[in-house]
Structures are given as C-alpha cells and as structure tokens.
Design a protein around this ligand. Structure first.
Ligand SMILES: [Zn+2]
Length: 207
C-alpha cells in the first residue's frame, strides 16, 4: 500500500474513533493495519479502538492491524505506548461519562424544582379558595355577591389545576430517554423523590 497523504491518514484516524457506522470503523482499522509506515498516532488510535470500541468486529480488526510487522516493530521501540494510549482512552471515556451524568442530574434537579413550584402553585390556589371563602364570611359579605366572587375564584382554581396537570404531564420527563416520570408506572413522586434515584425506563441515575 502507498503512503497515504496526511489528510487521508487524518480521515482514517477520525473515522476509527468517530461516530460513524461500525463497518466504516472496521474498514479504517484494516487500512491502518496495511500502512507502509507506523507512528505513535496510529498505534495509539488502534490501541484505543481495541480497548473501547463497542463493536467486537472493530476490536478484532484493530487487534489484527496492530499485529502488522510495521506496527509491531514500532511498538517494540516504544514499549509504553500502547498501555499509555489505552489508559488515556479509558480515562477520557470515564470523564465523558461523568460529564454526561452531571448534566443529567443537574437537568433533573431543574425539572424537579419546576415541578415543586407547580405543586406549590396548586396548593396555594386551593388555600386561597378556602381562605378567601372564610375571609368573605368573616367580612360579612352577603351571599349573592359572594356567589359571584366564588365563581370567579373557582374558575381560577380550576384553571390552575388544569395548567398544573398539563405541565406535569408534559414536562416531568427523564432528561436522558424522555420517559414520563409521572403517574403510577414510574412512581417517582415529585415531593418525596430522594437519592439514589434511577430512571425506571433507561436506568440512568437521576439523583
Ligand atoms: Zn430515562
């Protein structure tokens, strides 16, 4: 095989670790195994693929690629290279996962406090309804006027209850899989939710 241009080599390296289909990653590994010269970059990329790729065929292709005499010679000259590459790849992946986890738990906290505010609004409106009723009685308002006032308040309570239910139904969802967390199936009560808590659908840690 001819020596690829730097651009071609970069594309192969990018494809090997990139978000492309497994066939493309495997093909990149195979081509990298046929290179006429070796380099730290190529050995590191192939080592990372062996350690981290989710597809067994890609991992096998990367193992075979590393067994090419050209790469074997390079590895012999740089004995620590493979281990360092695998360690840094694993570290990078763990860091990515931690960042994703933090994003999800932060987002869930945000959703939870929004839901709590909606609950509070609902309870306050009921309180206002009964409180207002008692207050009007105490002020000695006649029943005819009170009837009109109460109807207006009732509509207000009903509207906020409907708004609350709609909000709860629409937005109380897992930040990862978008599964609905309200209702009996998920059973994650907004007021009593406490850690450790996992999404009942995708298993992601929520808090
Ligand atoms: Zn989920």
């Amino acid at each position: 095989m001819e020596t690829p241009t730097p651009e071609e080599l970069n594309k192969l390296l990018r494809d090997l670790s990139g978000p492309v289909i497994a066939v493309t990653r495997r093909y990149s590994a195979q081509i990298l195994g046929q290179l006429p010269t070796s380099s730290a970059e190529v050995v590191q990329a192939l080592s990372a693929a062996v350690a981290l790729d989710s597809d067994p065929e890609v991992r096998t292709a990367a193992i075979l690629a590393l067994q090419s005499p050209i790469h074997q010679e390079f590895i012999k000259e740089h004995p620590d290279l493979m281990q360092q590459a695998i360690e840094s790849a694993v570290r990078g992946k763990r860091q990515d996962q931690q960042e994703i986890e933090l994003k999800i738990t932060t987002e869930f906290q945000h959703i939870l406090s929004r839901e709590k505010r909606a609950y509070l609004l609902f309870f306050l409106s009921i309180l206002a309804f009964f409180g207002g009723f008692i207050l009007l009685l105490a002020l000695g308002m006649d029943f005819k006027t009170m009837d009109v006032v109460l109807r207006v308040v009732q509509v207000g309570v009903l509207a906020s209850a409907v708004f609350f239910a709609w909000r709860n139904w629409r937005k109380y969802r897992c930040p990862n899989c978008d599964g609905w967390l309200g209702g009996f199936k998920a059973g994650i009560n907004v007021l009593w939710a406490s850690p450790p808590l996992k999404c009942p659908y995708c298993g992601t840690r929520l808090m």
